[in-house]
Design a protein around this ligand. Structure first.
Ligand SMILES: Cc1cc2nc3c(=O)[nH]c(=O)nc-3n(C[C@H](O)[C@H](O)[C@H](O)COP(=O)(O)O)c2cc1C
Length: 439
């Protein structure tokens, strides 16, 4: 047993590292940038020792001692946010010594965007030097194009983990047969998974997939998707316990996650409604999953990854930053974003995070509005300075939902006749990749 309480074999290679672009002289390296010094360290409180200690997450050669995944979130999980979350996770038990303190997945990119070298897609393929695992979520509908996209990711961008998106519920995606609609076409799903796994194999890069329970209650796909993934050489499957029809409404169905775990032999990652580290442990206990995927719970709270890293090492930590520490995190977030895309875009991007960071703190409407409209770092500093740094964390916020919620969709929009057969091979779904940006 190692220092963080994880059991590991001597032959195991923590986070074996695939070649990176900078290892290959003459290869282009998109968006390299230098990390700043380590980020803020908000105040943690340690209560007790917990009994749930899970084995490291193993995806082929990638071994993450903390079996926690930052959910891919379009517009959120860029290199800056991943770094912020990872730094917090590394403050938790085990630190970096044992391997990556979780998996931090890049926001979704389309396979067509990669092979067409679309400017926006390329700009999203940025990694900070501290990312031991370069993890990218790929979206697409065509086995050959996805395989080519995967090959480029592995060969040119040193990507070491590819996740495939079969869970997007937004109408403009399902209408064309993509995202959560696609697993209905079992043969097409199998063809995509097999071709991507084959494309990643020469680079020893594990492929995972992420899906929802299905289109709606009457058209569930997750158990078949799990079996197909298993037969196709996929390293793990993540299940968000909702259907596309549910969108983000109601509660995630953890029983479905447990059923999937029972049905397949590959690792299953549970996703949906983890707001605190204690929820993650509860999900593991209730479903038997091999790891958890955390999305909305970390919005405006990158320090949740510290609590998660501690929790999976048997330590009960609640990081409760005061307002001054939150302001420092916001400043750090802004700096990291500016390192990616310049100050102007950074501050625009930061706007959507402001309400999440200050949720529950007694910050007046005027200051909130001003913070959400800053146009320069001077502006940002001026407004952050107005906050009372000693204001304690609003503990009433703990355990409560944040981010997207909304209502169920009336009916999931699908291509004409989509539900009539379950094959899908030979369909021309080229349109399904146009104008897609996550979900
Ligand atoms: C803003 C936002 C963007 C998202 N983008 C993606 C995406 O690009 N790919 C994906 O698989 N899921 C995406 N999701 C879904 C999350 O990965 C996750 O499955 C979902 O939020 C449920 O987990 P949670 O309850 O922990 O938030 C997104 C969710 C949000 C809130």
């Amino acid at each position: 047993m190692n220092a963080s309480g994880h059991v590991g074999s001597e032959t195991e290679q923590p986070a074996a590292r695939a070649p990176r672009p900078e290892d290959r002289p003459g290869r282009p390296c998109a968006g390299r940038w230098v990390a700043e010094s380590r980020g803020p360290r908000p105040t943690p409180y340690h209560d007790s020792v917990l009994s749930t200690v899970l084995a490291p997450l193993r995806l082929g050669p990638v071994v993450a001692p903390t079996p926690v995944v930052l959910a891919p979130m379009a517009g959120i999980t860029n290199a800056a946010y991943r770094q912020l979350c990872r730094e917090q996770a590394e403050l938790g038990a085990g630190g970096v010594a044992d391997g990556p303190a979780g998996l931090f997945v890049c926001e979704m990119i389309t396979s067509r965007g990669i092979i067409e070298r679309d400017h926006k897609t390329m700009s999203m393929l940025q990694f900070d030097p501290g990312e031991q695992v370069r993890s990218v979520q790929l979206y697409g509908v065509d086995p050959a194009i996805m395989a080519r996209g995967t090959e480029i990711l592995c060969n040119e961008f040193g990507v070491t983990h590819v996740d495939l998106n079969f869970g997007c519920p937004v109408p403009k995606v399902t209408r064309k047969g993509g995202g959560a609609a696609l697993p209905w076409k079992r043969d097409l799903l199998a063809a995509i998974l097999r071709s991507v796994v084959a494309a990643a194999a020469p680079y020893d890069v594990p492929v995972t997939c992420k899906t929802r329970m299905g289109i709606d209650t009457d058209h569930q796909t997750y158990l078949d998707a799990g079996r197909i993934a298993e037969q196709s050489g996929v390293a793990a499957i993540a299940l968000h316990g909702r259907t596309a029809q549910q969108s983000y409404s109601g509660e995630a169905d953890w029983e479905a996650i447990a059923r999937l775990k029972q049905a397949v032999s590959i690792p299953v990652l549970g996703n949906g409604d983890i707001w605190e580290a204690s929820d993650a442990l509860r999900m593991v206990e209730q479903t038997g999953v091999d790891g958890v995927v955390v999305g909305r719970g970390c919005l405006g709270r990158p320090w949740l990854f510290r609590d998660l890293a501690d929790a999976f090492a048997g330590r009960d930590t609640k990081t409760l930053p005061n307002l001054g520490e939150v302001a420092a995190m916001v400043r750090r977030h802004a700096e990291l974003l500016a390192g990616l895309s310049g100050s102007e875009r950074a501050l625009l991007d930061l706007r959507k995070h402001m309400a999440w960071y200050f949720k529950g703190f007694p910050v007046g409407g005027e200051v909130r509005r001003a913070l959400a409209m800053v146009t320069s770092f001077d502006d940002l500093d001026e407004h952050l300075a107005k906050l009372d740094p000693a204001e304690p964390f609003p503990v009433a916020e703990l355990g409560s939902p944040r981010g997207r919620r909304g209502h169920p969709r009336g009916k999931v929009v699908l291509p004409q006749g989509w539900l009539d057969d379950e094959s899908g091979c030979g369909l021309d779904l080229a349109d399904a990749e146009v104008g897609v940006s996550g979900g």
